[in-house]
Design a protein around this ligand. Structure first.
Ligand code: COA
Length: 174
């Protein structure tokens, strides 16, 4: 049985096994604490019987006007619990909050261009590649900025792909 619940401070001391994956970014404690304090609705954990952490998602809501959007900062599932629709459920939770609570126009995320597993998953969840960000990861690997329009974006304007790649300095940060 899986329990999906909000992530809490104590989980920061227990989720290392999930973060050992080389495609999962590990941030410093203050980064996680900021997310917990500012966007608690966007930080969820999946737990197995015995309180074992199976995976988690963290994100935020940001932007101005029609760029108001939910953002997936990290989603990761421990290897032994993969292909059980866990990431899908965690993504659906974040999308629901962005859509129904925060009335955002879309959800976006960045993924390494080489992370074909994650890209396949996002495509299965109806995300499209909005733009390529050249050398987004440590000045080396390109990132893909993927998006999914939410119900507020009636004309689906947020997911019209850009025709050219961008560089990290062209990204909007808010
Ligand atoms: C990407 C990741 C989060 C997927 O987690 P998961 O719980 O296994 O994914 P789900 O079971 O919810 O998969 C949903 C759908 O995505 C697709 N998918 C997931 N893993 C896949 C794989 N290895 N190959 C092909 N398609 C895959 C499938 O269509 C799947 O549906 P299906 O099983 O009915 O075919 C997990 O592999 C992971 O933690 N990877 C390392 C961290 C990472 O890359 N995070 C994303 C960073 S941007």
């Amino acid at each position: 049985m899986t329990t999906l619940r909000r992530f809490c401070c104590n989980d920061l001391l227990r989720f290392t096994s999930v973060n050992l994956d080389h495609l999962t970014e590990t941030f410093n404690m203050s980064f996680y604490m900021t997310y917990l304090a500012r966007w608690p609705d966007y930080f969820h954990v999946a737990e197995a019987p015995g309180n074992r952490i199976m995976g988690y998602i963290m994100g935020k809501v940001e932007g101005q006007g029609e760029s108001w959007h939910g953002h997936v900062t990290a989603v990761s599932v421990s290897p032994e619990y993969r292909r059980q629709q866990l990431a899908k459920k965690l993504m659906n939770l974040l999308e629901d909050i962005s859509d129904k609570v925060d009335k955002a126009y879309f959800v976006d995320l960045f993924v390494r261009a080489s992370n074909t597993t994650a890209i396949k998953m996002y495509e299965k969840l109806d995300y499209i590649i909005y733009r390529r960000v050249l050398r987004y990861y440590s000045g080396e690997e390109d990132g893909l900025d993927m998006r999914k329009a939410l119900s507020r974006d009636v004309d689906k304007k947020s997911i019209i792909p850009l025709k050219r790649p961008v560089t990290p300095d062209e990204l909007e940060y808010d």
